[in-house]
Design a protein around this ligand. Sequence first.
Ligand code: CUA
Length: 365
Amino acid sequence: MFIVNLRSRRIFSFAVIGAIFVLMLGCTPSHNQSTFDPLGPVAANQLFIFNVIFWVAAVIFVAVEAALIYMFVKFRRQPGDGDPIQVHGNPKMEIAWTIIPALILVIAAVPTIDGIFFAANPPPNPAGGPALEVDAIGRQWFFEFQYADPNDASKKIVIANELHMPVAEPVVFRLDSRDVIHSFWVPKLGGKVDMIPNNDNSLWLQADEVGEFYGQCAEFCGVSHANMRFKVIVESRTDFDAWLQEQAAPAAETVDPLALAGKDQFRSANCIFCHSTGRGSGIGPNLSHVASRLNLVGLLPNAEEGSFVVNDAMLQENLKRWLTDPDEIKPGNIMSREADAYNKPEFALDESDVDALVAYLMTLK
Ligand code: CUA
């Protein structure tokens, strides 16, 4: 019996140590979604607030546990002990343990309140001129980004699942949702501000270096919440302006017969009901330049690791996978659930339909 107990205790201890080790791995800064590697002022400020609260809590935890263990040992029951002295209340101690935590909360509140105002108010743009403003809209389950057209500020350019930002400039995000509550978060840049329907939340972010960053919805919003991701491409001002001009122009018309067949298919299968290939914002992601995006549906990379050039073979493979069985990639998505092509036999896509659609979508550069 004793041996069995000892063995199960050992197994339990190993399991606990293993679980702690796995949890500690979450603290590595060399992870795409680590908040311990801030690469912008908002994320750095948020990490500072975390550190203040964490270390205050850590000191209190160690002090309380040490006192508790000391009391257990020092005042443990000895043979022959009678009842302990019975006491009722101790005003001095009660006042002390009310005032001390209140003071600790005040100390933690100072950087927190300062950080709330910091994240809400963008600093002046070091590049001069007003900061870039982007409308970020959450939908089940993708992110839509709207930029003012550089050639006509009264018009919008609509992008899905990919956010571009110029480096070292504050960018202001106006957050909104078209269905349930989502939350906007780019772990290395900052965030976690809720996107609430008909409620204007905003924040600014700035990236200190060029590169690719990971964005993620941070509010549970349905089955594919975990798949509601986007990529942030931070680039030089020149590259950003060039990208925006490309997005502002319509995709080149195709003459390829297979792509033209796909274009017809796109209409006849009613894809066009939900997906705009122009400036529009619909139930599904805008596809005006889908073939220029480095990711498909926010999940499937269209470029080699570290590259910012779309690899056509990867894009083709991803489009085919997605159109063949979207539910396998983003379970519960509206297209699988409601689109005619996946729900009505007369609209169902066979392999040649998928190939034609892929050929058409690949022309939307
Ligand atoms: Cu959107 Cu979680």
